[in-house]
Design a protein around this ligand. Structure first.
Ligand code: ADP
Ligand code: MG
Length: 309
């Protein structure tokens, strides 16, 4: 059962990410310029992900999810702000470092299943490819491919090409490929978007397994409430900013069983800005100017009534 309480506020993490922090984005901005048109895909996004954590990122189409993932994957560069993954600063990276970062630190599963795979290679050959690029000796590559394909439940498909695999199998092979060089972070952009419910549950389980088994930090962009409802933390992006987080934990129920409690938090940036949900704003007709009052244990936001007393 889900019990979503009213938003509470979480303060952002410390400026210098500690050893337990794997991903730290602060006021991240990405502006795309096409001719005279400027699109602000990310408008000051804050995100902290702990080492070994598995989180979901949700948000409407066009909210900036894929942009965030491409930046974290080292494929795209931010316009401004801060983004650190492990020991890497994604804004100040040289080209050589970027290649190294993409090869060793992050694994990326792209939004379109087919774009992750090479049509004329078998599953085993595809997992082998990134290891060859990293100059891993052949005698280490073969057992690693076998292990990964087995872990992802596609060991029996090792000698098949993408066209001979189902959608779910293709996605699991893509995850194996992404994990070939033992990355610290696995990024997956809508990995279950093209799959039916049962297959999508299997792919989610596969991601959960590799998170537990290898301790890899996992960030999944998803539209799928089945997926976002099963991770402990879901971050919502709206208009290129982190707007809220849902934390889930299991609690004991009165009948002796357990149930899932989901609590929603608004995210506050370093300057103290938070986003008040639209339905709250509409309910109290909160517009441009609101009144804030500090109480002993809370801050109240009230509509501007025009009373200047
Ligand atoms: P999402 O993955 O949440 O659907 P995206 O990150 O793909 O969102 O896109 C965010 C915004 O940036 C959208 O308005 C999109 O049109 C725009 N955008 C994304 N990529 C580009 C690009 N390469 N050039 C111009 N605009 C882009
Ligand atoms: Mg997208």
């Amino acid at each position: 059962m889900h019990d979503v309480s009213t938003p509470a506020v979480v303060a952002p993490q410390d400026a210098e990410p500690g050893p337990d922090t794997m991903i730290a984005c602060e006021s991240l901005v990405r502006i795309y310029q096409t001719g005279s048109i400027e699109v602000q895909a990310l408008q000051g996004l804050d995100l902290t992900v702990g080492r070994g954590e598995m989180i979901a990122v949700v948000g409407a189409s066009g909210s900036g999810k894929s942009t965030l993932l491409s930046i974290l994957a080292g494929i795209d560069a931010p316009t401004a702000g801060r983004a650190r993954v492990g020991r890497w600063d994604l804004l100040g990276m040289s080209r050589a470092d970027r290649v190294r970062y993409r090869r060793h630190t992050v694994g990326f599963v792209r939004q379109q299943t087919a774009s992750n795979l090479v049509p004329y290679l078998t599953a085993r050959q595809m997992v082998d490819l990134p290891m060859t690029a990293a100059r891993t000796p052949a005698k280490l590559r073969a057992p690693r491919s076998t292990e990964l394909l087995d872990t992802l439940g596609v060991g029996a498909c090792a000698d098949r090409r993408p066209a001979q695999l189902s959608g779910g199998q293709q996605m699991r092979v893509a995850i194996a490929v992404a994990l070939a060089n033992r990355p610290q972070v696995l990024l997956a952009d809508e990995p279950t978007g093209e799959l039916d419910t049962a297959t999508s549950a299997e792919v989610f389980e596969a991601l959960h397994d590799v998170n537990r088994q290898y301790g890899v930090t996992v960030v999944i962009v998803t539209h799928d409430p089945e997926v976002s409802g099963r991770v402990e933390r879901t971050v919502a992006i709206r208009d290129g900013r982190t707007s809220s987080e849902v934390l889930r934990r299991t609690a004991a129920a009165d009948d002796g069983g357990t149930h899932m409690i989901a609590e929603e938090y608004a995210v506050m940036d370093r300057a103290g800005r938070i986003q008040v949900p639209r339905d709250y704003r509409e309910a109290l007709a909160l517009t441009r100017r609101v009144r804030l009052t500090l109480e002993a244990d809370r801050v109240e936001i009230r509509p501007d009534t025009g009373d200047r007393g």
